[in-house]
Ligand binder design. Structure first.
Ligand code: TXA
Ligand code: MG
Length: 307
């Protein structure tokens, strides 16, 4: 059982060395906590799949310290990737590119493409620089479960199996990165996330293609994902005795997350984890507006809910 460590120069040095040498650690990022391993170490990556209980054809995201390392993990990198990197890295944008030979197929779920991002969290960047290797890291939840955005929400079964865990506080973005496939023209969003389609379109000046979340393209996107243990239902209105998530005016069994999509999304997983601990038979969430800025929230709650 790993005891979560606060990030100090000593703990960071230890965890970076551990990752470089084939260990597995829970680390914070600005989106959600990740289950980190040296992306070039097949035995370590195999452990990540085992700890998560994740099928071997579900590819992992490779994290880099900076865009300048992209050439080491990807090939035939289109100009658009560099333009996007300039604007959105470090940050919650993951780009799917043609993989280079040194990235094991184990990491990419057998694909010829690799998903990469440069995270924004200072702890993650520090670890990447100190470890000196690309870090493969899926969200630190067990397969199909809710991602943790606070170390307290980490599944004890995950904590029991890792070599170390770093407590970087609550994740700022709160939902996973946007996954953008750049191996097709025009690029397609495979998973809505921390960066909106509109923001990407504004930078590249072209409309993104259709086909969001196509399951064979992005197998991590199957319908039963991000599930709390307690059945969740999306409803238009919650009465005060219905436990769940509202925008405002929460009763004692409810959590108000406000009506700003950025703040709502930051708190969403933590609120769902809290409700999950509440021993309720069923929990509810008020349907957010059908507006573009709520795309990532809608994507997650649709999969989390059993409507
Ligand atoms: O914010 C995030 O992206 C977090 C933090 C830890 O960085 N990571 C994360 O990883 O959410 P994970 O493994 O839970 O989700 C990765 C997503 C999945 O939907 C997966 O299918 C997609 O990225 N993906 C990874 N590699 C891919 C590839 N080569 N082609 C298409 N989709 C890919
Ligand atoms: Mg995940």
């Amino acid at each position: 059982m790993a005891i979560p460590l606060k990030p100090t120069s000593e703990s960071l040095t230890t965890v970076a060395k551990l990752i470089r040498e084939g260990g597995v650690a829970v680390i914070p990022t600005e989106t959600v906590y990740g289950l980190a391993a040296n992306a070039l170490d097949e035995a370590a990556v195999r452990r990540v799949f085992a700890i998560k209980g994740r099928p071997s054809d579900h590819p992992l995201i490779v994290h880099l310290a900076s865009a300048s390392e992209l050439n080491g993990v990807a090939e035939d990198i289109p100009d658009l990737a560099w333009i996007l990197a300039e604007d959105f890295w470090p940050g919650p944008l993951t780009m799917v590119l043609h993989k280079s030979l040194n990235i094991p197929k184990l990491v990419t779920g057998g694909r010829e493409t690799v998903a990469v991002r440069v995270p924004f969290h200072s702890v993650t960047i520090w670890l990447l620089k100190e470890a000196g290797c690309p870090i493969a890291a899926p969200s630190a939840n067990r397969f199909t479960r809710l991602s943790p955005t606070r170390i307290e929400d980490l599944d004890p079964e995950v904590l029991a199996q890792v070599d170390a865990a770093l407590d970087g506080g609550q994740c700022d973005v709160g939902v996973e990165s946007t996954v953008l496939d750049l191996t097709v023209e025009p690029p397609v969003i495979l998973r809505p996330g921390g960066i909106s389609a509109e923001a990407i379109e504004a930078v590249i000046g072209i409309a993104l293609g259709r086909g969001v979340g196509e399951s064979n393209k992005s197998p991590g996107q199957h319908p039963a994902h991000y599930r709390p243990r307690t059945p969740l239902k999306i409803v238009d209105h919650l009465t005060p005795e219905m436990p769940g998530i509202v925008f405002a005016d929460a009763s004692p069994c409810q959590i108000a997350l406000g009506s700003d999509p950025v703040l709502f999304q930051r708190e969403l997983y933590a609120a769902l984890h809290r409700l999950d601990r509440g021993q309720y038979e069923r929990v509810f969430i008020k349907a957010p507006p059908h507006e573009p800025e709520w795309a990532a929230v809608w994507d997650r709650i649709r999969r989390a809910a059993q409507n």
